[in-house]
Design a protein around this ligand. Structure first.
Ligand SMILES: Cc1ncc(COP(=O)(O)O)c(C=O)c1O
Length: 421
């Protein structure tokens, strides 16, 4: 079957709801480590997929999955070793206070549950979320996405400007955090009090931002002073992604009230979690209970456990930190060479190149150009993505096993594509 025939069947069977990458869709049939292969055997370096944290089809994860699938798969209403040992292993990665895990299947479900906890415990229903943030696809998470216009008036929601020191160079920790005060005030003007501030400390959909020192703590303090809880969405920033630390919030020396996990946790298998304090979990349990049919099933727990082991056994945190630094040095050299790179931003194995029409005005590069760039990169055998409010930011977010050699290949491909523009 040709790709055109498959594409036509897909359009017929799935309808128009699904989007896809590249104007000419590619048919990926196999993954191995950092590599993806299409139906013709063409090999692509995967610099996009963070979900496969420990590599595509990691043999130890596949073995854990198939061994457990061949043994038993039920749910959390029976005793089972896997769920307990995963919770123990996972909480050992967190500050002592965050000692309670609840398993779900997706990042959306994790954020939904975190918000249920925050609203139940505080008795408030106001939510603060940064502009352009993405936290999931349920009706509540969807409504928090400012690009979605289909939810009518949102009395319970206010957005705050993200701490983008490239686009707002005069911004300080205090001035950016003052946006939280303003958001709290706007909620109060609508008669709503704060239940939670949602924080993705990678600011993924804003192009991977590094906030000024002290910013995160100010956000925590202001949220607590207003009676709300801080939910750190670590779906993107967690699992060593930013280097130096396991979790994005550790980079900024804060301890959130609730943490949500997803994508990299199962290296491709749908498993996600809420991690919180015993106090919060107990208060929530007094008000409500939670059951998720597939969340915490023994197969998912075996997979998530194997992912944690792979990260530890292969010292992937160290790898992310070292290869990330190597990548940064290479990206800085490209920054010197091409004046349409406005800024290189990010950390670890998570980088954004804010591409501009003009370095002085910082006008974002028009998004059809970035689409062209990612297509040319794909033609060079390298897969990257795009992000940002203006879709002008080239996103580099490879699996955690990415090597310096892989980074050099990615840098050479960017150089080649940029030099031909
Ligand atoms: C920061 C963040 N939170 C939550 C989600 C939602 O996760 P899921 O697609 O697993 O529901 C995403 C997905 O892209 C995300 O990037």
């Amino acid at each position: 079957m040709t790709n055109t025939a498959l594409w036509n069947r897909r359009k017929q069977a799935l309808g128009p709801t699904y989007s896809h990458f590249y104007d000419e869709p590619i048919n990926i049939v196999k993954g191995e480590g950092v590599w993806l292969y299409d139906e013709k055997g063409t090999k692509y370096l995967d610099c996009y997929n963070n979900v496969v944290s420990v590599g595509h089809c990691n043999p130890n994860v596949v073995k854990a999955l198939s061994d457990q699938a061949a043994t038993l798969n039920t749910h959390t209403r029976y005793l089972n070793e896997n769920i307990v040992s995963l919770a123990e292993k996972l909480s050992s990665k967190f500050p002592a206070k965050l000692d309670t895990c609840i398993f779900v299947c997706t990042g959306t479900e994790a954020n939904d549950l975190a918000l249920q906890m925050a609203t139940a415990i505080t008795g408030n229903d106001g939510v603060l979320v940064n502009e352009a943030a993405y936290h999931g696809n349920s009706i509540i998470m969807g409504a928090m996405d400012e690009r979605r216009k289909d939810f009518g008036e949102k009395k319970w929601l206010e957005t705050f400007e993200p701490p983008n020191t490239y686009r707002v160079p005069e911004g300080t920790a205090e001035s950016f955090a003052a946006e939280i005060d303003k958001g709290i005030q706007r909620l109060a003007d609508k008669g709503t009090e704060l239940a939670a501030t949602m924080l993705d400390l990678s600011f993924d959909s804003n192009g991977i931002l590094i906030p000024p020192e002290g910013y995160a703590q100010l956000v925590v303090d202001k949220t607590h002073a207003a009676g709300g809880l801080v939910i750190c969405d670590e779906v993107q920033a967690g699992y060593c992604r930013l280097g130096d630390n396991w979790w994005g919030f550790e980079k900024y020396d804060i301890v959130p009230d609730i943490v949500t996990l997803g994508k990299p946790m199962g290296a491709g298998h749908p498993v996600a979690a809420v991690v919180t304090t015993r106090e919060i979990a107990s208060k929530f349990a007094e008000i409500d209970s939670y059951f998720n049919t597939f969340g915490g099933n023994p197969v998912s727990c075996a997979v998530a456990s194997a992912v944690l082991d792979e990260i530890d056994n292969n010292e992937l945190l160290k790898n992310v930190t070292e290869v990330g630094e190597h990548l940064r040095v290479g990206l800085d050299k490209l920054n010197d060479k091409y004046d349409f790179i406005g800024n290189i931003q990010g950390s670890g194995l998570f980088w954004g190149l804010d591409l501009v029409e003009d370095r002085v005005t910082k006008e974002p590069m028009h998004d059809d150009k970035l689409r062209h760039i990612t297509t040319l990169l794909k033609d060079e055998g390298v897969m990257m993505g795009s992000t940002g409010r203006y879709d002008n930011i080239l996103k580099i977010r490879p699996p955690l096993i990415f090597s310096k050699e892989n980074a050099d290949q990615a840098l050479a491909a960017i150089d080649k594509v940029f030099s031909a523009l």
